[in-house]
Design a binder for this molecule. Structure first.
Ligand SMILES: NC(=O)c1ccc[n+]([C@@H]2O[C@H](COP(=O)([O-])OP(=O)(O)OC[C@H]3O[C@@H](n4cnc5c(N)ncnc54)[C@H](O)[C@@H]3O)[C@@H](O)[C@H]2O)c1
Ligand SMILES: O=C(O)C[C@H](O)C(=O)O
Length: 343
């Protein structure tokens, strides 16, 4: 959901004359979206934003605690989708059945001083068991993985799906949209352009130096110095830590992540519905580099990933950044694979 669409949905949904009919008249196909971890810091605002999306007809909100309240709350909003909350593990199957997209923000967030990899111990197991349920109840759904460390949780999901014989590489996405959201905001500020007009691809992975914004490809073009480019790159790589430190022990990015997750899920829905030229960056199975998973621009379609797009021309600085990120990304991917294979 791009900013303009979100604004227009919000405007229409708060207008006195708005009725559910206004949304159903858009004749979008039936689409079920499930959110796993729906009662959390990301899950709650993401549930709100997905409830506002007119492309969603059924919204399943699952968490291990707190979902009835979130579902009751969100369900009163005057939009098309029917909302149901699922609170206990025995309800997970029903939450997942018939889903077109499953969004996963379940798991623990960072505290100051932690890396995303420090979350592996707890989140790897959570993601593995949720993916086992997805393999059983909705093996054809697109999976939008938000839980960290994304560089490892996506390979974990792939291994689970492979072990269950349901892996389709076109349907598994690590959500790296927040890196793009940040790169766009920081670039717009420095270049003094309207953020709504800005595009910045971000490649690699989703942790520290594995996050590589391609500012040489940013549009609209601006004359930035090498120092500016370095500072923007570093700020994008450290954007998550900036929020973790500002929240001082109360978690990591939730609101901007919910926005980013809603943007990415909206793009997936549009792709499923056959909209042309839907392109977003995402961490997917890839042959763009020698690494088996890599974030780059991907074209989305009726089956998920339609095409993994190349990196385009890189500056010398970006080329160095690309070489520098490979070792860490490779080891995070291997850690995820080993976790499933050894369990
Ligand atoms: N990909 C990204 O760009 C990005 C951005 C921000 C945060 N994150 C990650 O998203 C995750 C969630 O962050 P948050 O701030 O929402 O955390 P949170 O603690 O506020 O919420 C997590 C929710 O997950 C639920 N949960 C735990 N185990 C579960 C299970 N087995 N099944 C279903 N739900 C379960 C919890 O009950 C909780 O409601 C973290 O791992 C965080 O690092 C990723
Ligand atoms: O930084 C974090 O731990 C959360 C997330 O990955 C982010 O980029 O905000």
């Amino acid at each position: 959901m791009k900013a303009a669409l979100l604004t227009s949905v919000l405007r229409r949904s708060t207008a006195a004359s708005t009725s559910v009919r206004a949304f159903t008249s858009e004749a979008a196909p039936e689409r079920k979206v499930a959110i796993l971890g729906a009662a959390g810091g990301i899950g709650q605002p993401l549930s709100l934003l997905m409830k506002l999306n007119p492309l969603v007809s059924r919204l399943a909100l699952y968490d291990i605690a707190g979902t009835p309240g979130v579902a009751a709350d969100v369900s009163h909003i005057n939009t098309r989708s029917e909302v149901k909350g699922y609170a206990a593990e025995e309800q997970l199957g029903e939450a997942l059945e018939g889903s077109d997209i499953v969004i996963i923000p379940a798991g623990v967030p960072r505290k100051p001083g932690m890396t995303r990899d420090d979350l592996f111990k707890i989140n790897a197991g959570i993601v593995k068991s949720l993916c086992e349920a997805i393999a059983k109840y909705c093996p054809n759904a697109l999976v939008n993985m938000i839980s960290n460390p994304v560089n490892s949780t996506v390979p974990i999901a792939a291994e689970v799906f492979k072990s269950k014989g349901v892996y389709d590489e076109r349907k598994l996405f690590g959500v790296t949209t927040l890196d793009v959201v940040r790169a766009k905001t920081f670039y717009a500020g420095k270049a003094k352009v309207n953020v709504a007009d800005v595009n910045v691809p971000v490649i690699g992975g989703h942790a520290g130096i594995t996050i590589l914004p391609l500012l040489s490809q940013a549009t609209p073009k601006a004359n930035l110095s090498d120092e500016d480019i370095k500072a923007l790159t570093k700020r994008t790589q450290d954007g998550g830590t900036e929020v973790v430190e500002a929240k001082a022990g109360k978690g990591s990015a939730t609101l901007s992540m919910a926005y980013a997750g809603a943007v990415f899920a909206d793009a997936c829905l549009k792709g499923l519905n056959g909209a042309p030229d839907v392109v977003e960056c995402s961490f997917v199975q890839s042959t763009v580099t020698e690494l088996p998973f890599f974030a780059s621009k991907v074209r989305l379609g009726k089956n998920g990933v339609e095409e993994v797009l190349g990196l385009g021309p890189l500056s010398d600085y970006e080329q160095q950044g690309l070489e520098a990120l490979k070792a860490e990304l490779k080891s995070s991917i291997e850690k995820g694979v080993a976790f499933v294979r050894s369990s």
